[in-house]
Design a protein around this ligand. Structure first.
Ligand code: ZN
Length: 493
């Protein structure tokens, strides 16, 4: 059955790449105006109305809603998320829920596995989305694009036990535990006596160890790794334990809870990237070795690397220093894993990708999110310049407040107001450091502004009207992220 037969039968515009036959039923995704509809020819479990006949069989068409997303995930397993395992992968957060077909274009054929549903609880709150909506948007995008390679779903930056429950229920397969609230950043400047006191105050029951046992396990030992050594004197150990002991205890608690409530296979990421100071290789070693001793199994870990990983812009820092430090983290990862090193705030860090790909090989997860929103805004600049102008001026007014919870250093004064720009210059705002950060950190305000502006609906409408422009900018920009990690780029080892 061809898509034009279905189009003739239903009068809908059918996405040709979605057409799939399973168990004698033909499934498809279609659009009517700006709405997406899912359909099946034959008895396929889609809830909807009879929309015609094809091949002498009834065609049922229904809304692309949650109930039908569940039905399509059941009928076509590639539209449901799965575990990705130890292959190089990229996380592509989609805050608007429309990006997946563009993301698929960026990763298809690259050899990288893709996480296509990925959102933190904080971002869901900021964008007023539920875990189910995030999941369903990925399912519809994958179905539309006919992407049969499989994809992951990352419940990102989970800090509390109840965050796990909500995202397990929505079917997520990857869980990123973020114990940042239990990382003691003050340990970095603490004296020996203060460190000993901090370690004594840890939840030693959760760590299943006394301070003396921790000390005897590490102090005076040199761990020889491939290309690096890690050695602990008492102060290094106490500092690592004081800084990360609470985070280890919380991670163990979260992991065991996840094991209890999980309804299927899952993979874990442990992330301490959002801490004030970099994770030293010795701290990484201690953190990973202790988690291992306590029975935690993880597929990826995000230390806080040296340098600045600011939102939406390239790496800021000395590339030689990064390379040396990253090589040590790779050595720790290989000695205690292997597992993937996860690069958070990983978008737009073009200057370090070659180093990361060269040193970590396939053991990389590159996590991106806000950059896809920025590229959607770039698409808006050409689809609806007037809307872009309003967003830009609104962002100017919000940046001062909104930047508080982000690592950014833009000078909004360097970004002209919309009135100073010709239509053809608008997209150029997204090419500069200051413009990118200005628009990046204000996304939550833009998407939830509901007095007067109502940007969210207008943005979604514009992107639905011109899907092709949206997908093309995403494919181009995210394709640049994927390229350095493509399997064919990596030297055979
Ligand atoms: Zn992160």
């Amino acid at each position: 059955m061809t898509h034009s037969e279905i189009e003739r039968a239903t009068g809908l515009e059918v996405y040709e790449s979605s057409l799939t036959e399973a168990d004698g039923v033909v499934y498809f995704l279609a659009r009517r105006g700006l709405d997406k509809l899912v359909g099946c020819v034959g008895a396929g479990g889609i809830s909807g109305e009879k929309a015609g006949e094809a091949d002498g069989r009834p065609v049922t068409v229904g809304p692309a809603d949650h109930a039908n997303a569940e039905a399509i995930r059941k009928a076509l397993d590639w539209t449901a998320p799965r575990c990705l395992g130890l292959v190089a992968s990229v996380g592509l957060g989609d805050r608007l829920g429309l990006a997946t077909p563009g993301h698929v274009r960026a990763v298809r054929g690259s050899g990288l596995a893709a996480v296509l549903a990925q959102q933190s609880i904080r971002e869901m709150t900021r964008t007023r989305r539920t875990p189910e909506e995030v999941m369903d948007c990925a399912t519809w995008g994958v179905f539309q694009a006919g992407f049969r390679d499989g994809f992951g779903a990352d419940a990102d930056h989970l800090q509390k036990l109840e965050d796990i429950d909500a995202t397990v229920a929505a079917g997520f397969t990857m869980f990123t535990i973020d114990p940042r609230a239990y990382v003691d950043n003050a340990a970095d400047g603490a004296s020996h006596a203060e460190l000993a006191e901090k370690v004594g105050a840890l939840d030693l029951a959760a760590l299943e160890a006394l301070p003396a046992e921790l000390i005897s396990r590490y102090v005076g030992k040199t761990f020889k790794l491939d290309g690096a050594t890690v050695d602990f004197d008492e102060e290094v150990l106490l500092r690592a334990a004081a800084k990360y002991g609470g985070a280890i205890a919380h991670t163990v608690k979260m992991y065991r809870h996840l094991q209890q409530v999980a309804t299927g296979p899952f993979e874990l990421e442990v992330s301490v990237d959002e801490t004030e100071t970099p994770t030293s290789p010795a701290e990484h070693y201690f953190f990973a070795a202790e988690l291992k001793r306590l029975g935690v199994e993880w597929v990826s870990m995000a230390p806080r690397f040296v340098g600045r990983f600011e939102k939406g812009v390239d790496y800021i820092g000395d590339l030689g220093v990064f390379r040396k430090s990253f090589a040590e983290h790779v050595a720790v990862m290989k000695a205690l894993g292997p597992y993937k090193l996860s690069i958070h705030s990983g978008s737009d860090k073009f200057s370090i990708y070659p180093t990361v790909a060269e040193l970590a090989g396939p053991y990389v997860h590159l996590k991106t999110a806000g950059t896809s929103y920025l590229e959607a805004v770039r698409a808006i600049a050409s689809i609806d310049p007037a809307l872009f102008r309003e967003i830009l001026d609104f962002a100017h007014g919000r940046y001062g407040q909104d930047k508080a919870t982000y690592h950014v250093s833009a000078d909004p004064g360097k970004v002209p107001p919309a009135s100073d720009l010709a239509d053809g210059e608008l997209a150029g705002v997204l090419d500069g450091f200051d413009g990118r950060q200005l628009l990046h950190v204000t996304f939550g305000s833009v998407l939830t502004a509901d007095d007067g502006e109502k940007f969210r609906e207008r943005i979604l409408t514009a992107l639905k009207q011109d899907e092709e422009t949206h997908y093309a900018v995403l494919a181009r920009h995210l394709g640049r992220h994927v390229a350095p990690f493509r399997r064919d780029q990596q030297k055979e080892k």
